[in-house]
Design a protein around this ligand. Structure first.
Ligand SMILES: CSC[C@@H](O)[C@@H](O)C(=O)COP(=O)(O)O
Length: 341
C-alpha cells in the first residue's frame, strides 16, 4: 500500500495508523490498527470519527488485511462486521460496497489495495470541490457558524463544512467563525477549535445554547454544517443539535447550508424518517471524558436519552453544497439528488 497521509489517518510501511480523536487536543497519539476488532472498537469509541473518515478507515483496514494474506471469504465477512460499527453515516456503507466489489476481482488483494487508495484520493478531490463551491457563497467580513467537526479530522481531505470555511479564510474574506462546542462529545470544543488554531481561522467557541442569542443580535451571517446521510428529498442527518440550529436560522433568516460529498446522498432514503439514528451510551450525557480527564455530574443511574444525530428537514435548508455544485430548494424539489447515491 502507498504511504497516505491525512489529519486523522495515515499509512506507513504498509501499516495503518489512526489519530486518537478522543484525546485531542490535549494529546496527539497515533494508534496502529491491525485487526477488524481494533477498527470496530475505534469507530465505536469515536477514536476514528466523521462520516468520510470512518468509511475510508474501514476500507484501509480491509486493504491491510488483504495485504497480510487474509482470504477473500474472510474479508467479505469482515466487511459486514465493519458495516455494523456505526449505523448513520452512509459513507461507511458506500465505501464498503466499493470494497466488496473490488474483492470480487480475480486478484482481490491488489484490487482491495487499489480500491482503498482510490477512495482516499477521491475524498481529497471531493472535499476540494465542495470547498470551492461553498466558499463562493461567503461574502467579505461575514460571521459564520458551524457545528461538530467537519474538517480534516473527519475526512481524508480539507473537510466538508470546515473546508468551505477554511477556503473562505484563505481567500482573504476576513471571516470570523463561531464554533458550537457540540455536546455531548464536544467535537466542536475539542476538535474544530484545535483545527481552527492550526489553520489560523479566527474563531470563538460557544456553548450550543448561545447560538440563538448571537443570531438575534445579528452576529451570524451564514451557517455551514456537514452531513452523515442525505435523503432524496433533501432531509439530512447530522450531529445532534444541527436541527435546532436550523430552526433558529429559519426564525432569524440566517442562510443555512449543508455541505457533503454527493456520495452522502442515500437513494434508499426517500426522506429523513428512513435514516437510522445511532443511540449512544448514557455516560456521554451524564458527564464528559477525554484527554483532559473525566467528570461525571449526574446521578450514576440517571436515565438518559442520547441520540448521536438528528434530522433536519429540507424545508429549513437554504442550500445543499455538494462537490457537484450548490442546489437550492427548487432544485431539490425537482429531484436534483436523484442522480446520486
Ligand atoms: C465530514 S463531517 C459530516 C459529519 O460526519 C459530522 O458533521 C458529524 O456529525 C460527525 O459525527 P461524529 O459522531 O463525530 O462522527
Amino acid at each position: 500500500m502507498k504511504n497516505l497521509t491525512a489529519l486523522s489517518l495515515k499509512t506507513a510501511q504498509g501499516l495503518l495508523y489512526v489519530l486518537d480523536q478522543t484525546l485531542l487536543p490535549q494529546q496527539q497519539r497515533w494508534l496502529a490498527c491491525r485487526t477488524v476488532a481494533e477498527m470496530v472498537a475505534m469507530i465505536k469509541a469515536l477514536q476514528l470519527r466523521g462520516a468520510p473518515a470512518i468509511g475510508i478507515g474501514a476500507c484501509l483496514l480491509l486493504a491491510y488485511r488483504a495485504s497480510v494474506g487474509d482470504s477473500r471469504q474472510q474479508l467479505l465477512l469482515d466487511a459486514e462486521v465493519l458495516r455494523a460499527a456505526r449505523p448513520t453515516a452512509v459513507n461507511l456503507m458506500n465505501n464498503l460496497d466499493s470494497m466488496i466489489a473490488a474483492l470480487q476481482q480475480p486478484d482481490f488483494k491488489a484490487a482491495a489495495i487499489a480500491c482503498a487508495e482510490q477512495l482516499f484520493a477521491e475524498d481529497v478531490a471531493l472535499c476540494q470541490r465542495m470547498a470551492e463551491h461553498g466558499a463562493a457563497l461567503v461574502q467579505q467580513g461575514e460571521q459564520l457558524l458551524t457545528h461538530c467537526n467537519t474538517g480534516g479530522l473527519a475526512t481524508a481531505g480539507v473537510g466538508t463544512a470546515l473546508g468551505v470555511i477554511n477556503l473562505a479564510h484563505q481567500q482573504g474574506k476576513n471571516i470570523r467563525l463561531w464554533v458550537d462546542e457540540t455536546r455531548p462529545l464536544l467535537q466542536g470544543g475539542r476538535l474544530t477549535a484545535w483545527e481552527c488554531q492550526q489553520l489560523g481561522i479566527p474563531y470563538q467557541l460557544i456553548c450550543d445554547n448561545m447560538a440563538a442569542m448571537l443570531m438575534a443580535r445579528g452576529q451570524v451571517d451564514r451557517i455551514f454544517v456537514g452531513s452523515d446521510r442525505i435523503a432524496v428529498n433533501g432531509d439530512f442527518a447530522n450531529k445532534v443539535g444541527t436541527y435546532s440550529l436550523a430552526v433558529l436560522a429559519h426564525y432569524h433568516k440566517v442562510p443555512f447550508y449543508v455541505v457533503a460529498p454527493h456520495t452522502t446522498v442515500d437513494l434508499a432514503c426517500a426522506d429523513g424518517s428512513a435514516i437510522p439514528i445511532e443511540q449512544r451510551h448514557g455516560d456521554e450525557v451524564r458527564g464528559v471524558s477525554g484527554g483532559f480527564g473525566q467528570a461525571i455530574w449526574a446521578p450514576q443511574d440517571a436515565p438518559v436519552f442520547n441520540p448521536a444525530f438528528d434530522v433536519t428537514p429540507a424545508a429549513l435548508v437554504t442550500g445543499w453544497v455538494l462537490d457537484t455544485g450548490v442546489y437550492n430548494q427548487a432544485d431539490i424539489a425537482a429531484g436534483a439528488l436523484q442522480q446520486f447515491g
